[in-house]
Design a protein around this ligand. Structure first.
Ligand code: NAD
Length: 495
């Protein structure tokens, strides 16, 4: 088990990886799989095994949920000041270890190291944001109801479960668990089996800085066993799932049977609508930047580019030049601008959609196929532009790779209709210098998020979530998210 000798890792990262195989971390201690079954963790940039994680079974997951519930009274019983102080220490500790966590994330998820460092900082900012909100939130609200002395009172739920995908492992943990912890809930985290290392590191770090045992628990294992057991456990008080719509439906069904409130953050097939008054070059730069960011493995990405017919040729020209210049390489190589996709299955999926798209009539404008990176056997693909009918499979289904699908439009109405012709509803963007038109189109596109003259915009305080096939049950990143992690009791005394 070793990191490719061609990349240099920090001594702390090497020492961490030397502790493999990694058990889960529950109740303040290591939580191994009794079966001894292990799952390999592969560096997507080199194809080499860097660690192994324990594959927990259903009974072990149930035990973890019990432990998280047992830790709840003490954690929720702390004053907000005490709880916030502990969580701020955790945010500080993560920030101090940012270079270590960034390398672990880069090696585990195939993320460019600088981007991984951005994800770690985002976790820190998210935790501080929600702790700040929880410090100020009013939990008791007096109701002005004639003939009654009445109020509502909010309190945390108990043990909350979280299942995460592999594309933003640490950032999404921050988005998920921060409001839950700040509100006084305990959490059980099930990271993706491909990318569990940063979650395990976090659990150990939390113990080190004084987060009480059983408050932050990490269970490792496969989706169909460990994930499914967590989803089907009737003792979890809330479930949050981020991942594919297919698995989201299974999670929703299981939670529905147990009447456990569930939040689903699922996939997308977002559009970018580009009008003819834009600065063509800078818009091309922004959209090529978006589709190649984390090798296109971004749920809210702009994957359907709808370009006004009068600027189409000029726009495509710039995009081709930009894409051809992108330096593809290992995530820890400082020269790399785009890394690999996460695993061979995803590699096959991205290339498969290119093949199916072309077979269905799409034209390949640039890129296409695998990319070679000298000295590495990683899962590399070329950034790709396809074009043609929007009925094409590559224009309709989520590819989750650096592949954009282009089409043209003439009128605003046509652009809106094309943007909305999808089963998904996560995020779209509109690009124009005309503010009135931008506002109109942004509000007319059916999705949880509409961005103007930008794509992939996340600010703490702006709710982020999906509609239709992209999600349900509330979003993330805002005061509403914090409120989701309190249950409400109405107290009434007739006068
Ligand atoms: P996935 O659905 O295959 O897996 C996500 C998680 O679910 C993993 O931890 C996996 O182990 C677990 N899982 C798998 N089968 C399960 C089951 N039967 N029961 C319970 N858990 C199970 O998704 P993925 O391939 O890891 O991630 C890619 C998907 O995630 C894309 O569709 C992407 O758009 C979506 N995503 C959405 C958001 C968002 O905020 N809306 C963010 C990131 C990713």
């Amino acid at each position: 088990m070793s990191v490719s000798t061609k990349v240099e890792v920090l001594p702390e990262v090497a020492a961490f990886l030397d502790q493999s195989p990694f058990a889960g971390f529950v109740g303040g201690r290591e939580f191994p799989a009794a079966s001894g079954e292990l799952i390999a963790t592969i560096d997507p940039g080199s194809g080499e095994k860097i660690a192994e994680i324990h594959d927990l079974d259903a009974a072990e997951i149930d035990k973890a949920v019990d432990i998280a519930n047992e830790a709840f009274p003490a954690w929720s019983g702390l004053s907000q000041k005490e709880r916030s102080s502990i969580l701020r220490k955790l945010a500080d500790a993560v920030e101090e270890r940012k270079p270590i966590l960034a390398q672990i994330e880069a090696l585990d998820a195939g993320k460019i190291e600088a981007q991984a460092a951005g994800d770690i900082q985002n976790f820190v900012d998210t935790l501080r944001y929600f702790v700040g909100l929880a410090d100020e939130v009013q939990l008791r609200t007096t109701l002005d109801v004639p003939g009654h002395d009445a109020w509502t009172f909010k309190q945390p739920w108990g043990a909350c479960a979280f299942i995460f995908p592999w594309n933003f492992p640490f950032l999404l943990i921050g988005w998920g668990i921060s409001p839950a912890l700040a509100a006084g809930n305990t959490v059980i985290i099930k990271p993706a089996e491909d990318t569990s290392l940063s979650a395990i590191y976090l659990a150990h770090l939390a113990k080190e800085v004084g987060v009480p045992d059983g408050v932050i628990n990490v269970v490792t294992g496969r989706g169909a066993t460990a994930g499914s057991a967590l989803t089907n456990n009737s003792k979890i008080k809330r479930m949050s799932f981020t991942g594919s719509p297919e698995v989201g439906q299974l999670v929703g069904e299981a939670c529905g049977r147990n009447l456990v409130p569930v939040k689903l953050e699922l996939g997308g097939k977002g559009a970018a609508v580009v009008f003819d008054d834009v600065d063509v070059k800078s818009t091309a730069e922004a959209l090529v930047g978006a589709i190649t960011f984390h090798t296109g493995q971004v749920c809210c990405d702009a994957t359907r580019w709808l370009i006004h017919q009068d600027i189409y040729d000029e726009f495509v020209g710039y995009c081709k030049d930009l894409m051809q210049d992108i330096k593809i390489g290992h995530p820890l190589d400082p020269e790399s601008q785009m890394g690999p996709v996460v695993n061979p299955k995803q590699h096959e999926r991205v290339l498969g959609y290119q093949t199916k798209g072309k077979a269905g009539g799409a034209e390949c404008l640039c890129g296409g196929g695998p990319a070679e990176v000298e000295g590495y056997e990683g899962n590399y693909v070329k950034p790709t532009l396809l074009a043609g009918s929007l009925d094409n499979v590559a224009a309709r289904e989520e590819i989750f790779g650096p592949v954009a699908y282009l089409s043209t439009f003439k009128t605003e109405e046509e652009a809106i209709a094309k943007a909305n012709d999808t089963d998904y509803g996560l995020a779209n963007s509109v690009w124009t210098k005309d503010d009135d038109r931008a506002n109109r189109v942004a509000e007319a596109m059916t999705a949880g998020n509409s961005w103007i003259n930008a794509h992939n915009v996340f600010a703490h305080g702006v709710p982020y979530g999906g509609v239709n096939k992209s999600g349900m049950g509330g979003g993330v990143l805002s005061i509403e998210t914090l409120m989701d992690y309190y249950r409400s009791t109405s107290v009434v005394r007739p006068l």
